[in-house]
Design a protein around this ligand. Structure first.
Ligand code: ACO
Length: 336
């Protein structure tokens, strides 16, 4: 049995900043509402024609992570790509990253677990490393939301939240068994699948021919639907539960956490969790203010920024936690 550690991190966000005031020119919203309810000040959106896609953004983040891991792309044994916004219906973006990076014939797996996607992907990588199957695994979370949002007042409760971006990590075999990913914890509750969902272009029993013939501009099934308050109530409970589960498994107390990186869903959710566990501002990292909710990309982007800012040091206990559509949720406990 081996240990696995995060040996390299990287992120990429499009240069185009979209402020709350910019959104208020497209729909009936305002900076005060958005900041008060979500903490978001701005987010990044791709610009039409710039060529950024979920896969290409993932590649950009991956290149940084691979370089920082100090390995060659040929050393990557496996790729796991988490997203809810793949470039194609199939194949998934894992193989596109493989193509772009020129990595030959290693396995590429796509994970579809929305905001928890990165935790699920990390957990898969962790198992493959711990069992000695692979030595270096590239894990990517990338999301292109802006091209699929309803940017009218009809969609405002959802559209103001999401942003585009990608984060990546290289997970590497670690011989020192006191360091690395200590445990991961995954959950889901399919009973609430429709509370936060994008039901098209999934066919769901529909015929493509009928969908194309209908060509209905008012078909909201092409936009994400979210029962915001219900999601919020479940999120605060599940975040807390799954963090506690990880701490208990490793005989840790909330006070042992050096850095909690919550999935950046809503600043109020992060603050609730922070308060519940009695954590100081230094123990929790948030960057939703700058990027909005980038779903599967939010944890690797935040983790990379926290690391780049020197907020994570060797030996630190780092806890990652996420909750999102499915519902799915999970956590990871890491000794850095
Ligand atoms: N600007 C101005 N007013 C708005 C906006 C907006 N952008 N959006 C909604 N409103 C209005 C509503 O119309 C409503 O008005 P009314 O009272 O006159 O009817 C009022 O504001 C309140 O709307 P709510 O939807 O009840 O607002 P709420 O306080 O619940 O905040 C939010 C909405 C921010 C979406 C919140 O519910 C939330 O963060 N939920 C959790 C999101 C989450 O964690 N998602 C999980 C991850 S995402 C994933 O997995 C894909």
């Amino acid at each position: 049995m081996y240990n696995s550690k995060i040996s390299g991190l990287g992120y990429y966000v499009p240069a185009n900043v979209v402020t709350n005031d910019d959104l208020s020119k497209m729909m009936d919203t305002n900076d005060e509402w958005i900041q008060e309810r979500t903490g978001i000040r701005e987010r990044r959106h791709v610009v039409r024609g710039d060529g950024d896609t979920t896969a290409t953004m993932g590649v950009k983040a991956a290149k940084v992570a691979i370089e920082r891991a100090g390995i060659d792309k040929e050393d990557i044994d496996f790729i796991v790509f988490a997203t809810l916004s793949p470039d194609y219906y199939f194949p998934g973006p894992g193989v596109m990253v493989q193509k772009e990076l020129g990595i030959k014939t290693v396995g590429a797996l796509d994970v579809r677990n929305q905001c928890s996607g990165f935790i699920y992907a990390l957990s898969v990588a962790d198992q493959f490393i711990k069992t000695g199957v692979y030595r270096n695994i590239l894990v990517i979370g990338s999301e292109l939301h802006s091209t699929g949002l309803d940017m009218t007042t009809r969609g405002r409760a959802v559209s103001v939240i999401f942003g585009d971006g990608a984060g990546a990590a290289v997970i590497t075999r670690e011989e020192d068994n006191t360091r690395g990913i200590l445990s991961t914890h995954l959950h889901s509750e399919g009973e609430h699948a429709e509370e936060l969902a994008l039901t098209a272009p999934g066919m769901g029993g529909r015929w493509v021919k009928d969908i194309l013939e209908d060509n209905d501009p008012d078909d909201v099934s092409y936009y994400p639907h979210m029962n915001g308050q219900f999601v919020f109530k479940n999120a605060v409970v599940r975040f807390s539960e799954v963090i506690m589960e990880g701490l208990k498994q490793n005989n840790l107390q909330p006070g042992d956490i050096n850095m909690l990186i919550p999935h950046q869903a809503n600043l109020r959710i992060s603050q609730f969790v922070q308060q519940k566990f009695g954590l100081s501002d230094d123990q929790v990292f948030n960057n939703i203010q700058k990027y909005g909710n980038t779903t599967a990309a939010s944890i690797p982007i935040a983790l990379t920024e926290a690391w780049e800012e020197g907020k994570i040091k060797e030996g630190d206990i780092v806890v990652l936690a996420a909750f999102g559509s499915g519902f799915t949720w999970g956590s990871a406990v890491i000794r850095w």
